[in-house]
Design a protein around this ligand. Structure first.
Ligand code: ATP
Length: 319
């Protein structure tokens, strides 16, 4: 059983044709399919693993296009449902010259937010070795209830639960609400990955010290990761902890690097679940995930830059 089932949103990012402009200044936009959970599923599949995506799309041109992208990338779309009344979500995203990311979301509500418990492909979720999710699907009902139910189904069927909160503050009614809702499912995850920004947001402390990270540790967890961009990541397991540096690459666009990292790590964990208890194996898996994230940062967009296993191994060998 090696299937990774990823749950949540898939949408279209519209990104400016020119780099370093604000949304208002952008002369034109191109479509860039995304949504972190969908990226993770495609990352796993690109590496040669079995992956499925569970979520709702609009019964429109964009929704059908996204489902086709899943299938073309070898991701099982048996968990995808379509809403006839709501559109596929859109987001306009830019990386401004000052390095700040600017988002503008069109979700009023979008189809992904309307996934219902009855829409869940229970048989597919039960086949998961790892069930992965974020927090955007927790923002509003009915998707929130469907998300909680899907976690329950996966856990009961013996899957490991993997959580990348993937904070998008602008989508929440308030920062407090974001924090409490993100933390409301914290204790259920076996594997949790946060970025530096999320670590500070959730702990309220701007520090990478172990005692700060440990505020997010739970005895029920198997692995907690803090990703640090070109610096690699820190990891915390039950009996050991450490840091693994990343690989030197020419950074072009980090969009999807975190999702590539997660996809690669989950791929390694489903291939050998004992990696979670064995420090040497875990460090090997994290190296592989770092390399996968690093490669994704060398090209524009998320999905087009996700590497194959061969490409990842080549980067590791070259280093
Ligand atoms: P995201 O930005 O996608 O929401 P994130 O902040 O977790 O998620 P990063 O920390 O940027 O993502 O990247 C994830 C992993 O990818 C890092 O831990 C690192 O291993 C690798 N990585 C990302 N950017 C680079 C880079 N410029 N050079 C080398 N490795 C990188």
């Amino acid at each position: 059983r090696e299937l990774v089932v990823s749950f949540g949103e898939m949408l279209i990012d519209f990104v400016p044709t020119e780099a370093g402009v604000s949304l208002a200044e952008a002369p034109a936009f191109v479509k860039a399919p995304g949504g972190a959970p969908a990226n993770v599923a495609i990352a796993v599949s690109r590496l040669g693993g079995a992956a499925a995506f569970v979520g709702k799309l609009g019964e429109d041109e964009f929704g059908r296009m996204l489902a086709r992208i899943l299938r073309d990338n070898g991701v099982d779309d048996g968990g995808v449902v379509f809403d006839t009344g709501a559109r596929t979500a859109l987001a306009f995203v830019t990386l401004r010259a000052d390095g700040e990311r600017e988002f503008m979301f069109y979700r009023n509500p979008s189809a992904d937010m309307l996934l219902r418990e009855e829409d869940l492909n229970v048989e597919l979720i039960k086949r998961a070795a790892v069930f992965h999710y974020g927090s955007i699907s927790l923002i509003t009902d009915p998707c929130r209830t469907a998300h909680l139910r899907a976690m329950e189904i996966a856990k009961e069927a013996g899957a490991l639960l993997s959580y990348d909160p993937n904070l998008r503050e602008a989508l929440w009614p308030s920062s407090d609400k974001a924090r409490t809702q993100i933390m409301s499912i914290w204790d259920q995850a076996d594997i949790v990955k946060v970025s530096e920004v999320e670590l500070e947001f959730l702990t309220g402390i701007n520090s990478l010290e172990d005692d700060v990270v440990m505020l997010l540790w739970r005895p029920t967890m198997k692995l907690l990761l803090v990703t640090l961009g070109d610096q690699g990541c820190k990891y915390y397991a039950r009996d050991f902890r450490g840091a693994v540096p990343s690989y030197k690459v020419q950074q072009v666009d980090t969009t999807g690097a975190g999702d590539a990292f997660v996809g690669a790590l989950l791929r390694k964990i489903v291939q050998d679940p004992s990696s979670l208890q064995d420090q040497k194996k875990l460090e090997e898996a994290i190296k592989f995930a770092n390399a996968c994230g690093a490669i994704t940062a060398t090209k524009k967009g998320a999905i087009p830059s996700l590497p194959t296993e061969t490409e990842v191994l080549q980067l590791i060998e070259r280093a």
